[in-house]
Design a protein around this ligand. Structure first.
Ligand SMILES: NC(=O)c1ccc[n+]([C@@H]2O[C@H](COP(=O)([O-])OP(=O)(O)OC[C@H]3O[C@@H](n4cnc5c(N)ncnc54)[C@H](O)[C@@H]3O)[C@@H](O)[C@H]2O)c1
Length: 249
């Protein structure tokens, strides 16, 4: 299937590793130029170099999505390198898990700021470039945790918040040629998760709860992002796509 993404330009936040890196590699294989941006600038540069070595087009930049000035610099670097921005994937995120009474205010703020304020800054910086061409795609990475997980009040609030943000922005942007959707992944086997000491137990638990008898891979999310970014998804906006192996609760 031709996704019609050749020569378009994507920014993927939090793409030094994990789901973001796999999404950037996927989009690059579809012919997109990709901006790899992450708090981890060295990791971003390494992922970009890997894409370039494989014949793709990519740049890597360090950027903290919580701060407006670096986000605006990152989007300016995207335009300087590739001349336009068509797709923004708000993927940067993290967990700081604790039950509520043990949760620090700083851990609450960090998780909400990276997820929600990060998407706010990145959208405000990138949308005007999409408007220049009358075409754009925003894909926000939420989580199945939006339905609630014990020990994740901050993360669940942030990931539910990003769904409301997605719907409001879709209402504002549809007539400007920009669709805005969210993806809610379930458990995804990233390298980081594979490195956890209790990885095997976690995966067995996931397999038991999923409707399909396996855990998700980063490519499962990357493929969903590519679809929502493509021409084939032009009539889809304001929605949340669950990439969870059928699990909701
Ligand atoms: N892995 C899963 O099972 C899973 C499930 C549901 C949702 N998600 C979501 O998918 C996204 C990617 O997750 P992942 O598993 O690949 O995580 P990851 O930790 O491997 O990658 C996240 C990246 O975000 C970057 N980041 C963190 N704070 C940042 C900031 N302030 N500015 C810029 N970059 C920042 C990190 O440096 C890291 O490289 C996250 O939004 C996560 O919440 C993951």
């Amino acid at each position: 299937m031709d996704l019609g993404l050749q020569n378009r330009v994507a920014i993927v936040t939090g793409s030094a590793r994990g789901i973001g890196a796999e999404t950037a590699r996927f989009l690059a294989r579809e012919g997109m130029a990709v901006v790899i941006t992450d708090l981890d600038g060295d990791g971003a540069a390494a992922t970009a170099a890997q894409i370039v070595a494989a014949g793709g087009r990519a740049i890597g930049t360090a950027c903290d999505v919580r701060r407006e000035a670096p986000v605006r610099q990152m989007v300016a670097a995207a335009r300087e390198a590739f001349g336009r921005v068509d797709v923004l994937v708000n993927n940067a995120g993290l967990v700081k898990d604790r039950t509520l009474l043990k949760m620090d205010e700083a851990d609450w703020d960090l998780v909400l700021d990276v997820t929600l304020k990060g998407a706010f800054h990145c959208c405000r910086a990138a949308l005007p470039l999409m408007h220049e061409n009358g075409w754009g795609r925003v894909v926000n990475i939420s989580s199945r945790a939006l339905f609630g997980n014990p020990g994740q009040a901050n993360y669940s609030a942030a990931k539910a918040g990003i769904v409301g943000f997605t719907r409001a922005l879709a209402m504002e942007q549809g007539r400007k040629g920009v669709t805005v959707n969210a993806i809610a992944p379930g458990f995804i086997e990233t390298d980081y998760i594979k490195s956890l000491p209790n990885f095997d137990t976690i995966v067995e638990n996931v397999k038991a709860k999923n409707l399909v008898p396996f855990a998700g891979q980063p490519g499962d999310v990357a493929g969903a992002v590519a679809f929502l970014a493509s021409e084939h998804a032009r009539y889809i906006t304001g929605t949340t796509l669950y990439v969870t192996g059928g699990r909701y609760g």
